[in-house]
Design a protein around this ligand. Structure first.
Ligand SMILES: Nc1ncnc2c1ncn2[C@@H]1O[C@H](COP(=O)(O)OP(=O)(O)OP(=O)(O)O)[C@@H](O)[C@H]1O
Ligand SMILES: [Mg+2]
Length: 237
């Protein structure tokens, strides 16, 4: 069994079936991209895996059926999500936001160690650690959201649109961080509008269309597929 396995995943919002019997698997240490048009169901998939959205079908993580496990239990087992729109607590300071990521009760000593590490990863957050989250720039908020997710020491990081609304230079920075996180051994499932960036930053990818998977394969190969190039990389044939 793969490190993460979702089987026949289904998400419904009232009458809308946003995810339609999707199977995905992610091996330990991989970065896997999930791309697709607006409304394809990518966030719904990620939220179902994180346990913040009701779904049917099964989710297995690290050989354990976590389908009926609540969010905190999934976090405890090593699944952490950076949600679309970042979800930074605007009135809390940067440091308080980071510590919220450690809410499952690592020891004080571990938290201090993790904070020090986050500040090494993101020197800009260190400079701004007493500033409130709401006063950070978009890029800084994205760093904070990633840092907060890392504070729970995840084995699997779910990233939803990390590049959204950011200037190219900040996107570059965020993806540098994501590659760095991957190098530390963290498995990543990456949802990203910027298909080129997603494919360049991952080993494998799934393409989602109207709640279903259409194409899947090695990211390198998908970058050269004519179908992907015309539909998702903005290149005409
Ligand atoms: N809370 C909700 N209530 C009703 N419908 C919803 C809700 N959230 C999402 N949907 C619908 O489910 C479908 C999938 O949405 P989802 O957010 O998963 O797509 P997405 O691929 O993440 O899109 P985007 O790229 O725009 O973020 C869409 O048709 C959307 O309108
Ligand atoms: Mg989305």
């Amino acid at each position: 069994m793969s490190f993460l396995e979702a089987q026949s995943l289904d998400v419904r919002y009232g009458g809308i079936r946003a995810v339609r019997g999707v199977d995905i698997r992610v091996e330990e240490g991989e970065t896997v991209a999930l791309i697709g048009a607006n409304g394809a169901g990518k966030s719904s998939m990620l939220n179902a895996i994180a346990g913040v959205l009701p779904h049917t079908g099964s989710v297995y993580f690290n050989d354990i059926d976590i389908t009926r496990r609540p969010v905190f239990d999934r976090v405890k087992r090593g699944i952490s999500m950076v949600p679309e729109g970042r979800g930074v607590f605007g009135r809390l300071t940067v440091e308080e936001n980071l510590l919220m990521g450690a809410y499952l009760g690592n020891s004080q000593q571990e938290q201090d160690l993790d904070l020090t590490q986050m500040y090494e990863f993101f020197p800009r957050l260190k400079e701004r650690r007493r500033q409130t989250g709401g006063t950070l720039s978009g890029g800084e908020q994205q760093m904070l959201a990633i840092g907060r997710a890392l504070m729970s020491r995840p084995k699997l990081l779910l990233l939803d649109e990390p590049s959204m609304g950011l200037a190219p230079i900040m996107v570059e920075k965020i993806f540098e961080v994501i590659r760095g996180v991957s190098k530390t051994g963290v498995t990543i499932l990456l949802v990203e509008q910027n298909a080129r960036l997603a494919l360049e930053s991952s080993q494998r990818a799934y393409v989602m269309e109207s709640g279903e998977l259409s194409i899947t394969g090695e990211s390198k190969e998908l970058l050269h597929s004519s179908q992907i190039r015309s539909s998702y990389l903005g290149e005409g044939n």
